[in-house]
Design a protein around this ligand. Sequence first.
Ligand code: 5GP
Ligand code: MG
Length: 178
Amino acid sequence: MNDPSLTLLISAEEIRKKVRELAQSIRNAYRGEELVLVSVLKGSVVFLVDLMRELDLDIEIGFLYLSSYLGETTPQTRVQHYILPFPKIEGRHVLIVEDILDTGASLLYAWQHCAEMKPQSLKTCVLVVKEGGAVGIFPRVDFQGFVIPRVFVVGYGLDFHEKYRHLPYVARLETPSE
Ligand code: 5GP
Ligand code: MG
């Protein structure tokens, strides 16, 4: 890592191991069932792609394009929803796949959007949960990866002004205002 504004928080190897563990828990929970994975764009796409290849289940994928950061490092609680085609999830098992949980506004939005379509079951899988985030907003994470301090991170799908998504690890970004 040769960008001085980045500090490694979660290595690529740690992520690989965690994704395998999460996939195993999900496989056990849905064994013999058909599952719809709903990925929240754009941040969760790297996680989705790694996770789905470890699942060995009958799956379909769907996407929700939500935005709440508007390019900045401070979360906005107003969620913007860009409409995309969405799978029919009524009566099906649905698992929302999210990269990171901060205020919980995005996951709450995704949850309510899916719940309205009356799935048979609705659960959440979040790779990174920020300590003390989402308190009282969205406490329910069924499959949880890492817990990190409340700092702004990039990599493994997460961006800053669309940069850094391709990094195979998660790093803290020192922003100019810090
Ligand atoms: P929320 O505050 O609604 O829980 O999180 C909103 C969304 O903002 C997340 O799904 C994620 O895409 C993005 N987000 C939250 N925390 C961070 C962060 O530390 N870094 C980056 N790049 N995105 C984040
Ligand atoms: Mg996200």
